[in-house]
Design a protein around this ligand. Sequence first.
Ligand SMILES: [Mg+2]
Length: 252
Amino acid sequence: MRLWILDLDGVVYRGNKLIEGAKEFVEGVRDKGEDLVFLTNNSLFTPEFYSEKLTRLGIPVEACDIYTSAELTGAYLQESGIKKVFAIGEGGLKKALLRRGIKLEESPDVEAVVVGLDRDFHYRKLVIAYKAIEKGAHFLATNTDSTLPCEDGLLPGSGSIVASVEKATGKRPVVIGKPEPVGIQLILQERGEGKEVFIVGDRVDTDVLAGKRAGIKTVLVLTGVTTRAEIDKIPPSHTPDIIVDRLEELLK
Ligand SMILES: [Mg+2]
């Protein structure tokens, strides 16, 4: 039995357009009775949002098969027994924490500070995070992506906000998203037992590296940010097990 962990942007879709071969791949994997989930570093949205988006694009997916860095952060906190948190983030992150019974407080008297992408980030939030961490709160980040792909290019990502908290406190966060293996390890606990697991992504510095660190098979698909011309420059530490031009080649 196999478990496929698929990145979204640059693998399944680009903006609001499905990538050629993605639908065929998902259908082929399902026909074979193999397991398949989706994993994104984006912490802005809920699994329900991605489920609706993928279904609208022609790939019906249940919300329980979508793992966002926000959901995995919620799972990590729950497993650690942390119940009171100051969250810098948006709906995707806050809902992920609330649905696990974690209390959100805008105060330094919390057990953990969780930082994701927050398009309403400001100095007062930085002050609360700083004071909480100075008082001993755990410091977590959904991910440290420097930028976020958008319809018309790139915008600053979670990592740019995490960096400001790091700079103020001098502390490093526990990072849940790719390229760290923490999020994948949580997926493996839930879905991976006895399975041969593959991560499929379009970036070597996040998707492939996270897979290597988690000890699973790695696949680079050339439909996103990495081009064929760049393959020769990939360092050994980031070299994928398999490289394909299109997802459906994996069915062979
Ligand atoms: Mg991607």
